[in-house]
Write a protein that binds this ligand. Sequence first.
Ligand code: ATR
Length: 260
Amino acid sequence: MNLAIIGHPIAHSLSPKLHEQWLRASGLFGRYEAIDAAPDELSTLIEAMRDGGWDGFNVTIPYKEAVIRYLDELDDAAKLAGAVNTVYKRDGQLIGTNTDGAGLVQALMPFTDFTGRVLIVGAGGAARGIVQALPTRNVTIVNRTVERAKVLADTFGVAYTTFDEVDISRYDVVIQTTSVGMDNQSTPLSLEGLRQNTVVCDIIYRPLITPMIREAEHRGAVVVTGVGMFVGQGALSFEKWTGVKPDETIGKKLIEGLLE
Ligand code: ATR
C-alpha cells in the first residue's frame, strides 16, 4: 500500500503515524507519506495515482476543494460537503469522498443515538461536512455571521440562530467546528445553562483539551475531544483503501499520547 496525505503545510500532520500504525497492526506492507505539495503539483500527484504509483490519498488544507477537478467522480458525502478529504480507486476510476463528517458521527455514536437536539457551532466548511453526515435533521446552526448560518441551514433544511439568542440548555449534543479555542484562550459561546450529560464535542485537537472542553467537563458534560473525529475520519479512509477496519482504540491512544 502506497498512501499519502497531500497538503500545505503538512509537517505537523499526525496522519502518517496513525496510518502507519494501522498498516503494521493489519499486517499490510506499505507506507504513508506526508507530501507538502505546491498547487501546481496536485495534478501530477493525482495522475501518479491513476498510473498505479499510489493507492490512495488523504487531502487536507488548502486542497480539499482544489483536488475535485482532477478526479473522475465524487460520492454523495463529497458532493454534499463540497470538499474531498480522501481519494481512492475503484475500477480504474479515481473517486473522491469525504470521511470527516461520518468520522465524527462514528466517534459520537457511543455517547448519543442522535434522537435529541444537535447544536452546530460554526457555519464554515467543517460545519458543512458535519451537517451533511448527521443522521438527524433536528439540528440548529449558530454562527458569528448569521447570514452564513442561514445559508448552511437552508441548504440542509435545518434551523439556525444567533449567539445572542441560542439557549444551550435545549441541546443534547453540541459540536464546536470553528477555530475558536486553538489559542487555548477562548470559547465561541457561553456554556451557561448547559445540562449535565449533554454531549459536547470540539473538533479542535490542538490543544487536546480546549477551553470549551474544559468548561464542559467542569459542568458535567460528556466530552469528546477532536481526536475522536481525527481518528474516525482516518479509520473510514483506511477502510476505503485497504478493505480493513482498523482498531480505533489503539489509534486514539497513539494520537492522544502524541498530543499530550
Ligand atoms: P473551516 O473550513 O475550518 O470551517 P471556514 O470555512 O473559514 O473554515 O469557517 C470558519 C468558521 O469559524 C466560521 O463559522 C467562522 O465564523 P464566521 O462565519 O462568522 O466568520 C468561525 N470563526 C472563525 N473565527 C471566529 C471568531 N473569532 N469568533 C467566532 N467565530 C469564528
